[in-house]
Design a protein around this ligand. Structure first.
Ligand SMILES: Nc1ncnc2c1ncn2[C@@H]1O[C@H](COP(=O)(O)OP(=O)(O)OP(=O)(O)O)[C@@H](O)[C@H]1O
Ligand SMILES: [Mg+2]
Length: 258
């Protein structure tokens, strides 16, 4: 049976992203404890778990916004455990945030242009002649994400779903190979959820971009992901296909209690 995502993952190859016993502690709290995982090239992988189970903290570790206390993270075979956020961005790892980070007083286009900085580029470099190419790329992505009617709209006036699409666009500016999506459907109306699904599928199928996505929307996970990891109290509770995860008694108990 073919996978829901367009690209067939090749598990015999080196993982695109690999976490080995990744741990992050806040004082006495094990927010992430000895978590092993892998995302293979072309995969769309889910990351689920109850509130406070460590999902966003794991993303913070992977994008290097937080220090990793123990363990190792490899991206394209490169050890990124101690790298800086702009270095991992430069290697092709992008992310979006649970609480959307756009500049509300800037337009959609301006937000897209400024997002180049996430790749470690300075403002003066952005304003140099290459800026024209940057603007063209930004406009193409805005078109691709179906928000071209909002190009000159202030980001603060966008709906939740439109802002999620903008943030996906900003993450695409540096031309990443893997995007970490933190709750891309949260605060999004059903119509735009379908648009987000469709655009993610296109990015995966046509451009080979891989995704690791945190989601509370299990239907979205079922529709999009070939594999899912489940966290509970910072530890990996289960991994498997969406159907396996939905039928897993430990997972059901973690979500709903006995
Ligand atoms: N900067 C921080 N300082 C101290 N504790 C933190 C910090 N960030 C997260 N935590 C704690 O770490 C645990 C994991 O939080 P995290 O935000 O990673 O969970 P999550 O799985 O993303 O939850 P949600 O589904 O609600 O977004 C929680 O107990 C949280 O309170
Ligand atoms: Mg979170």
């Amino acid at each position: 049976m073919s996978k829901p995502n367009g690209q067939e993952a090749n598990h015999s190859r080196q993982p695109l992203l690999e976490g080995r016993s990744v741990s992050k502690y806040f004082g006495g709290l094990a927010a992430v404890h000895e978590v092993d995982f892998a995302v293979y090239p072309g995969e769309i992988v889910g990351l689920v778990g109850p509130n406070g189970s460590g999902k966003t903290t794991l993303f913070d570790c992977l994008s290097r916004v937080q220090d990793i206390d123990n363990g190792q993270v490899l991206f394209k075979g490169v050890d990124i455990t101690r790298k800086k956020p702009h270095q991992v961005a430069h290697l092709g790892l992008a992310r979006t945030f649970q609480v959307i980070r756009v500049y509300r007083k800037m337009t959609v286009l301006e937000n897209m242009l400024i997002s180049r900085q996430w790749r470690g580029e300075t403002l003066w470099k952005m304003l140099k002649p290459s800026h024209k190419d940057t603007e063209q790329r930004a406009r193409e992505l805005i078109d691709f994400l179906t928000i071209n009617h909002l190009t000159n709209e202030k980001a603060g006036n966008l709906s939740g779903g439109q802002r999620r699409l903008l943030e996906i666009g900003m993450s695409l500016m540096p031309n990443p190979d893997l995007i970490l999506l933190d709750e891309a459907t949260s605060g999004v109306n059903p119509t735009l959820i379908e648009t987000i699904k469709d655009r993610i599928r296109a990015l995966n199928k046509d451009q080979g971009i891989s995704f690791l996505m945190i989601e509370h929307n299990i239907q979205f996970i079922s529709d999009m992901c070939s594999r899912v990891y489940v966290l509970n109290y910072g530890q990996k509770l289960a991994e498997g296909t969406p159907d396996e995860i939905k039928a897993n008694e430990e997972v059901i108990e973690a979500y709903f209690g006995t």
